[in-house]
Design a protein around this ligand. Structure first.
Ligand SMILES: [Zn+2]
Length: 417
């Protein structure tokens, strides 16, 4: 139980179990967006939202939204939520904890007889995880006006994304973008080990890291592995190995400060990949994540210089690193961060500020409104795996923080305007 809070851990635990039960039976806990199970999960959520006093609808972007009108609805909307879809073999908490937390905030307000001045909305965003259409954050991109038009023609099993959005209840002839949302808050499991290791209850997220993906191609030369002398080779793999180690060294240096930085050689293909042939070609894809744009700029710059130096040393040609995709970091709203810090203190939650290395719906919501998020601990930092786990008590404490923040926001937003 949380002292002085109407948040009920038992309800949260019950709801998470109920949603977890809606899973592919042989592959817990799988409920991918657009599947019949996903729709069944949403049916359950819709009912729970209505029981919490909300009016439900599927918005034009395909999000499930529960609305509780405010006393002064022209003030606009405070929105809370996350996503109910999972990755294949995913966890019971990623996204789901945030949707249930939003629901519990609505129930706690109702239990206290509190109606906000602003309208309160609980949202389950459509397809936050990479979906069967190969793209993610479809609902939050829709609502924020950042869903690329060409996405709608993407196909999966002969069905276009456009048709799939309509099939879940969305509508493409209606505008999806919102301009009445005054603030958005999301609770999410950390998906990393920092809070557990530091024995903190809540992470107040300062920014969602930018993600830049860089392709590097090493062009060596295929030769006979038995007859070509060691000094006469153009081995693409050994040069690529130097580069991979260089990426790690550079990333470690950039990660040694307070701001989040990580880089990974996540894809690696070697040709011809045969035992008796000197490797001819390697293609690597580097995934780099930075809280600060300046750190990413430095990484890209130093990577280019480092690669040139390695190519010079080994005598193997390496193409110019090619930036394949580049999303800048999204800072969370400073006013909301202050409100969340204060809410942690009043709920008795040990907290710290931290960046998110993973992408979240909050990053897209930040395009159209003040947005911020909090993390709650998850066991050993495990996520996107069946053994992902967060305690009901930890989620409930985070939810109490959310409730306090919503109440503070309801007043503060009026002072500001
Ligand atoms: Zn998530």
């Amino acid at each position: 139980m949380i002292p002085n809070s109407p948040i009920r851990a038992d309800r949260i635990g019950h709801d998470i179990d109920a949603l977890a039960a809606i899973t592919e039976p042989d592959r817990p806990w799988t409920r991918r967006a657009f599947t019949p199970l996903f729709l069944e999960g949403r049916k359950w959520l819709e009912k729970a939202m209505r029981e919490a006093g909300a009016v439900t609808q599927i918005d034009a972007a395909g999000n499930l939204v529960g609305t509780i009108p405010g006393l002064n609805p022209q003030l606009g909307t405070i929105m809370l939520g996350s996503h109910s879809d999972t990755v294949p073999d995913g966890g019971r908490f990623d996204g789901i904890a945030g949707v249930i937390a939003a629901l519990e905030v609505a129930r706690a307000l109702r239990d206290q007889g509190v109606v906000l001045d602003h309208t309160l909305e609980i949202v389950d965003f459509l397809a936050e995880e990479v979906s069967i259409f190969g793209v993610s954050c479809i609902g939050s991109r829709g609502i924020s006006g950042t869903r690329p038009a060409e996405w709608l023609a993407r196909e999966s099993d002969g069905v276009t994304l456009e048709k799939a959005i309509v099939a879940v209840g969305g509508a493409l002839h209606r505008p999806a973008q919102r301009d009445d949302i005054k603030a958005f808050l999301e609770l999410h499991i950390e998906q990393g080990p920092v809070l557990q290791n530091e024995q903190r209850d809540v992470g107040v997220v300062t920014a969602i890291a930018g993600i830049t993906r860089i392709e590097v191609v090493v062009e060596g030369r295929a030769d006979h592995a038995g007859t070509t002398p060691m000094g006469a080779r153009k081995d693409a793999l050994t040069t690529a190995a130097w580069i991979a180690l260089g990426v790690e060294e550079l990333a470690r240096a950039l990660a040694s400060g307070d701001e989040h930085f990580a880089a990974t050689v996540g894809e690696f293909e070697m040709t011809p990949n045969a035992a008796n042939v000197v490797p001819a070609r390697v293609r690597m894809l580097i995934d780099a994540r930075a809280e600060l744009r300046a750190d990413m700029d430095r990484f890209v710059d130093e990577l280019g210089k480092g690669i040139a130096a390695i190519a010079e040393k080994t005598g193997v040609a390496v193409g110019e690193p090619r930036i394949v995709s580049d999303n800048p970091p999204t800072p969370c709203d400073p006013d909301l961060l202050e409100i969340l810090d204060a809410a942690c203190d009043s709920a008795g939650a040990r907290h710290r500020r931290m960046a998110s290395g993973a992408g979240h719906d909050t990053a897209w919501m930040a395009r159209i409104t003040k947005a911020a998020m909090i993390f709650v601990p998850c066991r050993d930092g495990r996520s996107h795996a069946p053994d992902e786990f967060a305690t009901t008590e930890d989620i409930a404490l985070g939810t109490a923080v959310l409730l306090d923040a919503v109440k503070a926001l309801d007043t503060r937003l009026q002072e500001k305007s």
